[in-house]
Design a protein around this ligand. Structure first.
Ligand code: GLC
Ligand code: GLC
Length: 837
């Protein structure tokens, strides 16, 4: 069952029922000011850091679901409704939500009044703009009452949700003309404030939640709306809110546009996050008693009045509908240009919409948010993950390489001198997180992979010469190439009894904790370490090393250090040998050796006999290629892990707690890391199947988990049909096929890599672009446009013999190039013709 449809021409998903199986959300903003917005206008806004600079309040896991957001209430002569249905939930005559790239449009109508709200964060703007259009579609004149509503968060979202003994006393606001300012803690150490304004004269306002809603009412029963009049309340502690009250008279057929701005401003240097777009440092306070009578403040104080100069500027930037429309147009143009870097016209409509629109969009959002704020990540938990962010770069780097470069240098600066890394860092400070620490032994390799991807995309080899600190300490700076060397050495100097890499706390799978042995409830599986860690080995890291290690050797050669490259090759050869001798179990690769030296993920295991993680990298690295072990491995994956909803992480699922394996066995069978369909590592198998030339298998796996293909089963899948979820419940779960944890997942980047580089086969290399598709045999071919290092490649792939893979002819601007890699051009547009056979 579907709850909407894709509008590819407008690059939108159109939701036609407000009661989706789960709130279906979108993200606004890409530079500093961010909003999450659901299809009924639920959600919240924050600046840079979802925990430390939360602007509006949101209650997770609320009852009913998804309460709190930016709401517009219409009181049409006693008939009360919201354009987005919630929170009043009056049945609407029509409803539509269009989630687009960086914007959301919600339309609703009832009894001859139509309302449309466009929500977006303009480029270079620290605020959410809401353009509201109310139209009288009936035959009589009407006077309606419109109320806006948002609830302020007292900045630190964690404190806001826990520290009520203090927080109920500190809330402060100012109201000046049609703008409501939130200034809690501004008097003391904060230099930032937020505001909510509208470009029209108010008939009233409310800034105190209790006055607006009523003590015992929910958002759906707002007292002011029912009364048809605002209370003109001024918050004094408790819960400050912002609501504008407007009376609108409309002749038949007439409509009225309003522009609301929810903005964030930093006035003082000490509190600056260092990323205030267009915000310059100002005097913190206006003179006392400034502005005279039109300023209303908490406590009726005439002191500590905010200096509002920046807010006035922001309001002026969109104080007419025409100005708001122009900013909206700029945003659309920005996205069109970004997505134009890679666009395909294949015989498969769903693949086209994933590649051209939604997967790339999700890559951008994931790059920006890491794993911090979604409807499954509360924004107060995690900083930026080292391995997560490095992998996010793989899917994002072609969009804005300069931002990828900056991220790479930030990540590298959190590395330690031994080549390991802080597992997370805080986006506001860019410092490594000491509580979580290090010892996740896969981490260093992802850093090498990200740098390689950046260099291949851009040809910017000079990045390796950048001087980058270790542990954020400038006195310990060395070149990025040196960081690569230490990352590489971290793996080859930390080996166990069989010459395989020691696993440390976890290797990609955060829940495979072989040195943890936790027996106390509530203990963190990621930070508890009960064993010295000298025994448990990871076959996955060995396979990764075989796949990623050669990138380090290539970097050394690029920099002219051939002897170091030779040393690296020798280390890789040693690892490959160990991986085949001790890591291959006859038909597939083992997962690990545990602390007792016993095999995990092998034939002798009753549960967890075969795992997905090592198989893809092993095949991609060509391990066992000479003997056909690679194909055997992929056949085993198909045989034991394949389900109609994707590949499960391992099989059989763990049915009891294994203290020697850790968190993986804590999840009920079929969920999350315990044999769920973890979409992230499905992509590694897609890549591997494509690499060995089995394009039909690659496509089968791709289409099982790509959300556009699951749209028809939205009632089962539940999360958004336009973005990947981290996990789909596996075959052992009670709800096989149900997805959770949508949006922020490494799935976005890896599936973009899988489809763009392996299936469609457009692969950036250090010295040019390689084209080597691996497609379903029944395709006649496809066309693709790829912008690469400033030149545009118009690529036509022909498949006259209906094969999956194998380039028999390559023409570049009409002539055959010397090799299979097309050298990069200084610019211009180039016609590439590829024939498979
Ligand atoms: C989560 C984490 C990621 C980890 C994965 C598997 O997605 O963000 O770092 O690799 O789970 O445990
Ligand atoms: C839990 C999740 C896993 C995540 C980890 C770290 O273990 O199952 O997916 O990576 O927490 O936050």
């Amino acid at each position: 069952m579907k709850f909407g449809y894709f509008d590819d021409a407008n690059k939108e998903y159109v939701i036609t029922s407000p009661q989706t199986p789960y709130p279906w959300i979108n993200y606004l903003g890409a530079q500093g000011f961010y909003s999450l917005i659901s299809n009924t206008a639920g959600g919240y806004s924050f600046y840079m850091d979802a925990r430390l600079r939360r602007i509006t309040r949101y209650r997770y896991n609320n009852v009913p679901a998804d309460m709190g957001g930016r709401y517009f209430y219409i009181n049409d002569n006693g008939h009360i409704w919201n354009p987005g249905w919630s929170p009043v939930k009056t049945a609407l005559d029509s409803y539509e939500c269009r989630h687009g790239l960086g914007y959301t449009i919600i339309k609703g109508s009832s009894r001859g009044i139509a309302a449309e709200v466009t929500f977006f964060v303009p480029q270079n703007f620290n605020g959410e703009v809401q353009k509201v259009t109310i139209k009288n579609t009936g035959g009589e004149s009407k006077k309606i009452k419109l109320f806006s509503f948002i609830e302020w968060c007292l900045w630190d979202a964690n404190d806001d949700a826990t520290n009520f003994q203090r927080n109920f006393n500190i809330g402060e606001v100012e109201v000046e003309d049609s703008a409501i300012f939130h200034k809690t803690e501004y008097r003391e150490r904060r230099g930032h404030y937020a505001f909510y304004s509208v470009n029209a004269k108010l008939s009233g306002f409310d800034t105190d939640r209790e006055s607006f809603l009523g003590m015992y009412n929910g958002f759906g029963e707002a007292r002011a709306v029912k009364n048809g009049a605002a209370g003109n309340s001024v918050a004094d502690g408790w819960s400050p809110v912002a609501s504008h009250y407007l009376e609108i008279e409309l002749a038949p057929g007439a409509s009225k546009d309003l522009v609301f701005v929810l903005g964030y401003v930093e006035n003082s240097a000490e509190n600056s996050t260092g990323n205030s777009i267009g915000n310059f440092i100002e005097e913190k306070f206006a003179p006392d008693l400034t502005g005279g009578e039109n300023i209303i403040t908490s406590g009726n104080s005439r002191k500590n009045i905010i200096n509002k100069k920046i807010a006035y500027n922001m309001i002026a930037q969109c104080d007419t509908a025409a100005k708001a429309d122009a900013l909206f147009g700029e945003l659309k143009a920005y996205w069109a240009a970004l997505l134009g870097q890679y666009s395909v016209d294949s015989p498969d409509e769903k693949l086209n919409r994933m590649v051209n629109i939604w997967n790339q969009y999700q890559c951008m959002v994931t790059f920006n948010m890491s794993r911090s704020a979604s409807y499954f990540e509360s924004g107060i938990g995690r900083g930026m993950g080292f391995r997560d962010s490095n992998q996010d770069i793989l899917g994002f780097v072609h969009q804005i390489p300069a931002r990828a470069r900056e991220r790479i240098l930030d990540l590298a600066a959190t590395m330690m001198e031994d080549g390991g890394a802080y597992h997370q860092y805080q986006p506001l400070t860019k410092m490594g997180n000491h509580e979580l620490g290090s010892n996740f032994n896969d981490d260093p390799l992802w850093m090498i992979l990200a740098v390689a991807a950046y260099m291949k995309e851009t040809g910017d080899f000079a990045i390796l010469d950048e001087r980058v600190p270790y542990e954020n300490d400038q006195s310990k700076a060395d070149t990025l190439l040196d960081h690569m060397k230490r990352a590489f050495n971290h793996v080859c100097t930390k080996k166990g009894p069989r010459g395989l890499p020691l696993i440390g706390r976890a290797d990609w799978n955060d829940c495979l904790n072989l040195n943890c042995f936790s027996a106390s409830p509530g203990q963190s599986f990621q930070t508890t370490t009960s064993k010295d860690g000298k025994v448990a080995e990871s076959v996955m890291i060995a396979a990764m090393f075989a796949f990623i290690g050669p990138e380090y050797a290539a970097m050394c050669r690029i920099k002219g250090d051939n002897s170091e490259a030779d040393r690296a090759d020798a280390e890789i050869a040693v690892m490959r040998k160990a991986a085949m001798e001790h890591g291959f179990d006859g038909e597939w690769f083992l997962r690990a050796y545990d602390d007792f030296g016993k095999k995990l993920g092998g034939k002798e295991c009753a549960e967890g006999r075969i795992f997905i993680e090592p198989q893809g990298f092993a095949v991609l690295a060509g391990l066992g290629k000479e003997t056909g072990a690679d194909i055997k491995t992929l056949d085993s994956v198909d045989k034991y892990l394949n389900t109609k909803h994707g590949l499960v992480l391992h099989n059989p699922a763990f049915t009891r707690y294994y203290i020697e394996y850790g968190e993986i066995s804590t999840y009920p069978p079929g969920y999350k890391e315990n044999a769920g369909v973890f979409c992230h590592n499905n992509a590694w198998i897609i890549c591997a199947e494509a690499a060995v030339g089995r394009g039909d298998k690659a496509f089968e796996y791709y289409s099982k988990i790509a959300p556009a293909y699951r749209e028809e089963i939205s009632d089962l899948h539940r999360t958004e049909p336009y973005v990947y979820a981290q996990m789909i419940a596996g075959k052992d779960a009670g709800r096989h096929g149900e997805a959770k944890n949508s949006w922020l997942t490494g799935t976005a980047a890896w599936n973009f890599v899988a489809v763009s580089q392996y299936i469609l086969g457009i692969k950036p290399q250090y010295h040019g672009l390689q084209i080597d598709p691996s497609i379903p045999k029944n395709w006649n071919g496809f066309r693709l446009t790829r912008v690469f290092r400033g030149a545009t490649y118009n690529i036509t792939v022909k498949n006259p013999n209906h094969v999956s893979k194998g380039v028999i002819k390559l023409l570049v601007d009409g002539s055959e190039p010397p090799g299979s890699v097309i050298p990069s051009f200084p610019g211009g547009t180039h016609e590439i013709e590829v024939t498979l056979g």
